[in-house]
Design a binder for this molecule. Sequence first.
Ligand SMILES: [Zn+2]
Length: 311
Amino acid sequence: MTTAYITHPECAKHDVGDEHPEAPERLSAINDALISLRIMDFLQCHDARPAERSALALAHSEAHIKRVYDKSPLMGLRQLDPDTFMNPHSLEAALLGVGAVMQAVDLVMAGKVKNAFCSVRPPGHHAERDKAMGFCIFNNIAIGALHALEHHGLKKVAIVDFDVHHGNGTENIFLHDSRVLFCSTFQSPLYPDTFADSEPGHIVNVPLEPGTKGDLFRQQVRERILPELDAFEPEFIFISAGFDAHKQDPLAHLSLLEDDYRWITHQLLDVAEKHAGRRVVSALEGGYNLEALATSVCAHVGCLAGLHHAG
Ligand SMILES: [Zn+2]
């Protein structure tokens, strides 16, 4: 069985200005690198299908959903929060991001692929139940996880978020839902600067000081996250795959390298093999240096596709 690669050209039409780091070129950089490194040959490509409006209610309040639909502009830009904007294509792109993760869950649950990577934007992990935030409109990974729980009958799933920013939106959505183990590594202090206390078996927040390199990152994952995953025995592992903890990233100050992304992907695949019938769905979050983003995604997706050996 293979790895699904789910994306859509419309995701690149969400363009909120040349100054904004969350740029359409992120997706083409990833796509080009997967082709030039010949990883694409091993992937099963799918065009994302847009989520229905009703699916958004799995994770979001009706007030938030209505606000986004009402603000969707016919021309120009509309602002949802200080960092989050919509152009006339943003709503469609956001629905495709959600739809991609749901489709990935369906493909994995049907046994058609072993795992999947969703190369989508806007990202999702800052979007809370009731608000858009930090470049994120709807919480792609949270809706995917709820789709697995509500529509595929799973009882417990884990979400691991290694984006450099805390996954506050995902935490907010699952704070009182013990079916989900949420584990997040992130730089602190750094936007959004709020995170709940860790709660064993449910919420595991691992703040990392600016300057943290791969060795300490791996130690923290090994000591704080892997034992929690092992004890929780999730039936499905979701990954909020942000690559802005890379040394070259302009928005933060951690110093991870491609090998660190390879390493954590292997660790998560091992947990999935042991507990989750190998079921893994990963969705793109941040990552703003195009070259580092592309090579890091290649390291991550290469592992998902079984093209790299553990290192
Ligand atoms: Zn981020």
